[in-house]
Design a protein around this ligand. Sequence first.
Ligand code: SAH
Length: 225
Amino acid sequence: MMPFSHRNRDAQGSGMTSQRARDRMVERLQADGIGDRRVLEVIRHLPRHQFIDEALASRAYEDTALPIGRGQTISQPWVVARMTEALIEMRLPSRVLEIGTGSGYQAAVLAGLVGTVYTVERIEELLRSARRRFRALKLDNIRSRHDDGRLGWPDEAPFDAIMVTAAGAELQVALLEQLAPDGCLIAPVGPPGRQTLTRIRAGEAGWMREDLGPVSFVPLLGGTG
Ligand code: SAH
């Protein structure tokens, strides 16, 4: 090692937001059962600290959800990884709809894997911050919209896959109707404290429903804010 290397690394910013911190997070995700290498590599290269407030950036690579304002949270990395791998397990979708842009992190992970991501957020202020991050990171395959995502994005339907990142009491029929044949939808469903990650696959014989385990998400709300 060159004698300068240590100083150079310090000059690049806090070790808490470095590539090494991301590498360690990916190792943890693998140890906790995330197996899809495509997902792990996207997460390894995406700066999660840029999706949260600077005051919390030093905690960006802990495996935890963090507040992003307006009572909302950026999802825990393990949950992002698990939902992403469950969504692309059968086949890699080309057009994906996400409901609940929030910080934009989940949309950015998807953007590294699929053709185009369409994402809908009901809180305009959060959407504006997310769009700024997409531009800064040159993620030009993300389209976003301020609306009540329970209605989906009818003008752009059908979608090969749909991911909902806020929990509804039940599955949204409007979203199921915007799923392409052979499409896949993943959503947390149920009341606070009793939500189940649910995967729906649209096949010739109808919809097939699978429960992928307990999760904890902020609620899917009506209207826009
Ligand atoms: N995917 C986000 C997680 C954000 S938390 C991320 O990676 O950061 C869930 C988000 O869903 C919140 O921002 C919340 O405002 C939004 N939300 C809740 N109900 C919604 C609805 N009906 N339509 C669109 N967004 C909704």
